[in-house]
Structure formats: C-alpha cells, structure tokens
Design a protein around this ligand. Structure first.
Ligand SMILES: [Zn+2]
Length: 213
C-alpha cells in the first residue's frame, strides 16, 4: 500500500481521539503530511472510525486533489491543506467538535493558559463562524493561526490544531480541550484566574528553548 506510514499515523490518531472523547461519531478529522513527498493522508468523509483501516484513509495532493483511498476525503480537506501549505514547518492537523471548545468559542474571547503545559498553545484565538468545508473557512483559519499559532477555536463549530508532527498536533488538541474545560468550570465557580502574562511568557520561552535542542 502506498503512503502506509502517514495513513497509519492518521488512523492511530483518530482512534486515540475517539478514545479520549475528543471526537464522537464521524465528526472531526485528522491530516498528516509526508514531508518527503508532500502527499497528505486524511480521514475519509462519513465513515465510522471504529472499523476503519489504513486502506480507508484518503491520500490527497498538496492542493487537496483526491488521489487514492476507497472513500472520498473529509469535506474539511481545504482547511487542512490550506494550513499545511501556509506553514511548511507544520506536518499534522487536527479538527474536532470538542464540547468545551465549542462552548468557549461562543465567548469570542481568546483562551489563556491555566496550567503551564497549556502555554505552548496560547493564545487560542476564535475564528468567526464561516460555512464548514469552504475555502472561506480555510482562509479564516490560516489567517487566525498566523505564522506561529498552534490552536484556534471555530465559532459554532469546534477547534483546529496543528503541529510539526502528529504527536504535537494531538497534544495541542488535548490541551486545548483541557484549557476550555478548566476555563469553563473556573468561570462557572467564579474563581477564574489564568496564568500571569509573565508566567505564560516564561513558560513559552522555556518550551521554545527545549524544542530548539
Ligand atoms: Zn467540523
């Protein structure tokens, strides 16, 4: 099978996302790019993740053209390929409809870190509502992420994260949902206190140094 490695990475990640409760049913999608060939493996549209195999994962060109796989690629392919094209250092992207991210997106406020590991992904900006599956949404996600962003909330929809590899993109998704959940409960309890700006900046400097090694 061609492009087995990136297909396997997408399959493993989508099953992990289901287990973690980040993805329910057939919602959400994941893409991984092969840095050597530029080809992208992406979850297919509307197929149950529990019985999915590597063969079912679609392969698309850097521009999003469907090249291989039994089922057609996710309808959100433009969002994934646009971010991968705009950010050469990024090789994996994750989109989910996580409940707490969806709630926090309605506040229109960028999310701040509550715990140190979350600072790797902040600030998490909100993308205004745009119709799913469109180039307009893809463009809005690219613009809101900017040159360094790892995670954004999609208003009335969910969230989108990215990373240099699938492990990094999944970590962004896990911590963004955790940030949304802790922020939600803290605000409900009236005790919301995100990390200080100084603490956030110090943590980001530490993470950047660690990743440069
Ligand atoms: Zn979606």
């Amino acid at each position: 099978m061609e492009h087995y490695e990136i297909r396997h990475q997408v399959l493993t990640a989508i099953k992990e996302a289901v287990e973690l409760g980040l993805i329910h049913g057939t919602s959400g999608n994941i893409a991984v790019r092969d840095p050597e060939t530029g080809m992208i493996a992406i979850t297919p549209s509307g197929i149950s993740y529990s019985t999915m195999t590597e063969e079912d994962i679609a392969i698309v060109s850097p521009e999003g053209k469907w090249l291989d796989g039994k089922f057609k690629p996710s309808s959100e392919t433009p969002m994934h390929t646009a971010v991968l094209q705009a950010r050469p250092e990024i090789n994996a992207t994750v989109h989910t409809h996580g409940m707490f991210c969806t709630i926090m997106a309605m506040t229109d406020e960028p999310m701040r870190p509550i715990t140190p590991p979350q600072a790797e992904f902040t600030p998490v900006q909100v993308v205004p509502f745009t119709m799913p599956g469109t180039n307009d949404l893809a463009g809005a996600v690219v613009e809101t992420l900017g040159s360094k962003g790892r995670s954004v909330l999609l208003k009335n929809h969910g969230m989108f994260t990215c990373g240099k590899n699938i492990k990094a993109a999944m970590a962004a998704a896990v911590y963004t949902e955790e940030m949304a959940q802790t922020t939600y409960y803290a605000k409900l309890l009236g005790c919301y206190q995100p990390m200080s700006r100084e603490g956030e900046a110090a943590m980001q400097a530490l993470i950047a140094k660690d990743q440069a090694v």
